[in-house]
Design a protein around this ligand. Structure first.
Ligand SMILES: O=C(O)CCC(=O)C(=O)O
Ligand SMILES: [Fe+2]
Length: 287
């Protein structure tokens, strides 16, 4: 059911009770978590990725215009953050709130979850707004299931610079995760900006309509990390076990190894996925 768009998104802190955070997400489709990362973590992550970001050209290499547009003409997208950033692999992936929210979202319904992508999205001056979409569209059959389908993706959009309406803050349609028809992606007029300070994160459902905002500034770069997870029965966007060196993987905690695909997945109703000879992948890899 469609309702009128509120004028702003609600926000919580990292000490807000988990049930209260989830209640807002159930109602609005997303919530801003203030100070999800500290100023120090933001500075160290930005330093970790300085070199690979500088080496990266903006725009998409994709031949299909629609997909290239989705990626953004003056947008840089940096993947493989596990390898590029010690701060990402040792601290951001270990944020307890991340695991608690994902446990609460996925365990009962799906049994397991893993990371689907973690990418820097830096929207540069002049980049137009991204098309509105729901992240669950990556997994086509769930569009048809609409609001009653399972949660197949959650995203932590972490701000690494301030997010303003002018520099391309993510546009969101609160309540669109409850619309009857997921072929309906709303219109830009229905959206509001997820304005944030560096360190805040916008935590949202894969059912919620959103898109990167237009950057109408002359010289500002909006830097965020889209860090998304899905149930272990779905194929992720990025093939992390092929990207991350085994020596790095061995130093990670078991829960982080699991969400990166270095351990087997045990979705509800399944005797196990992502195994080796029907045994635990982590044992095979001697983790
Ligand atoms: O950059 C943003 O604000 C949103 C990006 C996004 O939604 C996506 O690439 O799926
Ligand atoms: Fe998205």
């Amino acid at each position: 059911m469609k309702t009128e768009t509120p004028s702003s998104l609600r926000s919580v802190t990292t000490s807000t009770p988990i049930e209260d955070i989830l209640a807002i997400v159930a109602e609005d489709g997303g919530v801003i978590i203030k100070n999800f990362l500290s100023a120090d973590q933001i500075a160290r992550f930005n330093a970790d990725i300085e070199e690979p970001m500088a080496a990266l050209a903006p725009g998409s290499t994709h031949a299909l215009e629609m997909i290239a547009d989705f990626h953004g003409a003056n947008t840089k997208r940096l993947t493989n953050l596990v390898t590029h950033s010690k701060t990402f692999r040792e601290e951001i992936l270990e944020q307890d709130l991340l695991h608690v929210l994902c446990d609460a979202t996925f365990l009962e319904e799906s049994g397991t979850y893993w990371m689907t992508t973690a990418q820097v999205i830096e929207i540069g001056p002049g980049n137009k707004a991204q098309m509105l979409h729901r992240d669950l569209e990556n997994w086509y059959p769930f569009i048809g299931m609409g609001p009653s389908g399972p949660e197949v993706a959650v995203n932590f959009m972490i701000a690494f610079t301030d997010y303003t309406e002018e520099n391309g803050a993510t546009r969101v349609i609160p309540g669109s995760h409850r619309w009857d028809d997921f072929e309906d992606r709303g219109t830009p007029a229905d959206t509001i900006p997820a304005t944030m300070e560096a360190g805040d994160a916008f935590f949202y459902s894969g059912k919620t309509v959103h898109g990167g905002g237009a950057n109408v500034t002359a010289d500002q770069y909006r830097r965020g990390v889209a860090f998304a997870l899905n149930p272990g029965f779905l194929t992720g966007e990025e093939a992390y076990p092929f990207l991350v060196d085994m020596e790095i993987a061995k130093q990670l905690s078991p829960r982080v190894q699991r969400i990166l695909g270095f351990r087997s997945q045990y979705p509800i109703g399944s005797p196990g996925l992502w195994q080796v000879d029907y045994s635990e992948l982590g044992d095979y890899l001697a983790l």
